[in-house]
Design a protein around this ligand. Structure first.
Ligand SMILES: [Zn+2]
Ligand SMILES: [Zn+2]
Length: 140
């Protein structure tokens, strides 16, 4: 179990784990990430669906249409309201996007490799030294 990554919502009702080491990590400044997190951006990482294991809790799914026009389902803890992961993103079948802040040990994950929807960036935030995309990157 040495290579397991674990995470949970704010109240601890929803817990999950996965064993792969994510290679895709992004800062997202889209409006939804701002509104749903209450922060100025969110950082998430991709995990193959078959590797993502929900250990406890019953996340509630909220489907919506993103800035890109794609639909996706944002999953949050119905008790504490914490946004935990996103899935069923159109164009990314079989992928779960886990919120970095939900991880017990986020420092075990690589830093963001890109920043997206930077057109929504609030002026006082500073860009990381990684590729910047005004909206969603074309790849994928
Ligand atoms: Zn919770
Ligand atoms: Zn976003």
């Amino acid at each position: 179990m040495a290579n397991k990554h674990m995470g949970r919502c704010s109240c601890g009702a929803v817990t999950f784990e996965f064993s792969s080491d994510p290679t895709f990590v992004a800062d997202c400044y889209c409006i939804d990430c701002q509104k749903s997190s209450g922060g100025v951006m969110s950082t998430y990482l991709s995990v193959p669906e078959e590797d993502f294991v929900l250990l406890s809790g019953e996340p509630k799914g909220f489907q919506y249409t993103a800035d890109s026009g794609n639909t996706l389902v944002r999953n949050f803890c119905p008790t504490c309201g914490a946004r935990v992961f996103t899935n069923q993103l159109q164009g990314f079948p079989g992928t779960v996007f886990v919120m970095m802040g939900a991880l017990d040990h986020p420092e075990a994950i690589i830093p963001p490799i890109m920043e997206i929807f930077t057109k929504r960036r609030i002026a006082w935030t500073r860009a990381l030294d990684v590729p910047q995309y005004p909206a969603r990157p074309d790849a994928g």
